[in-house]
Design a protein around this ligand. Structure first.
Ligand code: NAP
Length: 248
């Protein structure tokens, strides 16, 4: 298979939507998950039922040894990867800075920043033509929060996505001559479980009137932008931060 994709956090939300569309577009897909094996298995079953090829692999991307295991499992079961969607990301309860402790900050930064960088490292090792690979594409999930700052909600999460923007620009230049393109999408308010993690499941409803398009986005609407960045349709695009935020 020449199109092999890992989607981190592919069991739910934007990652699950991306995995499903990728399966339909001829990628062999690894659906990574943290805890929700049942949801990951359901996505894999749907991809296989659509005539695609997919596997579910559990791994906590904030832990280096689990990242190594994830990539070597994909080497063995699907072959050399050509695409990575660095999608897994977390936020925690809405609060002001006075109430944030270092444990929380480290959890958010470990998953959102360290985990994404470790996964990109393993992808570059395999994709870079300098290392004997065939090139590839990486899409990182940033957020409109990197631009807006998320005051009063989760400035730590917003800061972690600012790091992803900088990482995207730097890595894109570092590996541009090695056959690898690196881009990021910055979703706005998308209808997924992530808002419940912040303690406000109804956040999309509260915010929607402040969005020029007057609604939250669907995971599939972000997934289609990710797929464009993964595809050769975007062959001259690298180091880009693509807003998918309904104009907000
Ligand atoms: P979500 O619905 O909360 O799903 C999160 C996914 O990440 C789940 O599949 C979860 O696995 C997985 N995950 C969490 N921590 C992980 C870890 N340490 N290792 C491996 N997998 C892990 O999230 P989402 O809303 O789809 O968001 C996806 C990405 O888009 C995130 O990076 C997020 O920051 C970004 N984003 C989202 C929005 C939005 O409004 N939804 C806006 C801007 C940016 P389990 O199912 O096993 O728990």
């Amino acid at each position: 298979m020449d199109k092999v994709l890992i989607v981190t956090g592919g069991s739910r939300g934007i990652g699950a939507a991306t995995a499903r569309i990728a399966g339909r577009r001829g990628y062999a897909v690894c659906v990574n998950f943290l805890k929700n094996k049942v949801a990951a298995k359901q996505i894999v079953d749907k991809i296989n039922a659509d005539g695609g090829q997919a596997i579910a692999v559990g791994a906590d991307i904030s832990k280096e040894e689990e990242v190594l295991e994830l990539f070597s499992t994909v080497d063995d079961r699907l072959g050399k990867i050509s695409a990575l969607v660095n999608n897994a990301g977390i936020l925690e309860s809405q609060m002001r800075i006075e109430d944030m402790d270092s444990k929380r900050l480290n959890r958010v930064f470990l998953t959102n920043i360290t985990g994404s960088i470790l996964c990109a490292r393993e992808a570059v090792k395999r994709m870079s033509i300098k290392n004997g690979g065939n090139g590839g594409t990486i899409v990182n999930l940033s957020s409109a929060a990197a631009r807006l700052g998320s005051p009063g909600e989760y400035i730590d999460y917003a800061a972690s996505k600012g790091a992803i923007d900088t990482f995207t620009r730097g890595l894109a230049q570092e590996v541009a001559e090695e056959g690898i393109r690196v881009n990021a999408v910055r979703p706005g308010v998308i209808e997924t479980d992530i808002h419940a993690s912040g303690g406000e499941p109804g956040r999309v409803e509260r915010i929607k009137d402040t969005i020029p398009l007057k609604r939250g986005g669907k995971p599939e609407e972000v997934a289609r932008s990710i797929m464009w960045l993964l595809s050769s349709e975007s062959s001259y695009t690298t180091g880009a931060l693509l807003e998918v935020s309904g104009g907000r």
